[in-house]
Design a binder for this molecule. Structure first.
Ligand code: RB5
Length: 147
């Protein structure tokens, strides 16, 4: 578990409802939620929100981030452009656990047109409950960061 229990949430217009469900869910688990919007379903652009959330994590303001769009893919791509961000788009709990354990992912991306709300909450739990294993995996993560 990351020492910094602040977690940033963001999404595009497609994912407002699921983002709010995640915010309630993780707040109940004791996380300090920093929800940076958007606050309406008016059409917007996922690169803006992926970058904004990623910058909160890269700066150290938040220990982790969860971002959402229709597929999870576009907003994940935007987040990964920010130095120091390792974000995986997951539609299953195994992958969500493994991106923490092996890749030291600091952000999770979800696609609300792929994954229903119940499974999305399980994926969030898998991500938040996993810990980086270090060792040989740290060598590989260092290689990502050095590239
Ligand atoms: C918006 O329609 C959609 O393109 C976006 O939510 C996301 O799926 C992009 O990757």
């Amino acid at each position: 578990m990351t020492a910094n229990k602040r977690i940033v949430l963001s999404s595009d217009h497609a994912a407002l409802q699921t983002r709010q469900a995640i915010a309630e869910h993780i707040a109940a688990l004791g996380w300090e939620v920093v929800d940076i919007g958007p606050t309406t379903t008016e059409s917007t652009h996922y690169p803006i929100h992926g970058k904004a959330a990623a910058e909160r994590v890269a700066s150290g303001d938040c220990g982790l981030g969860i971002i959402l769009c229709g597929t999870g893919q576009g907003i994940m791509m935007a987040a990964n452009k920010v130095q120091g961000i390792r974000c995986g788009a997951c539609c299953d709990t195994f992958s969500a656990r493994m991106i923490r354990q092996h890749n030291d992912a600091n952000m999770l991306a979800l696609g609300v047109r792929v994954t229903g709300e119940g499974l999305a909450l399980d994926i969030v739990d898998a991500f938040l409950n996993a810990e980086f294993e270090g060792g040989r995996h740290a060598t590989r993560v260092d290689m990502i960061e050095a590239s």
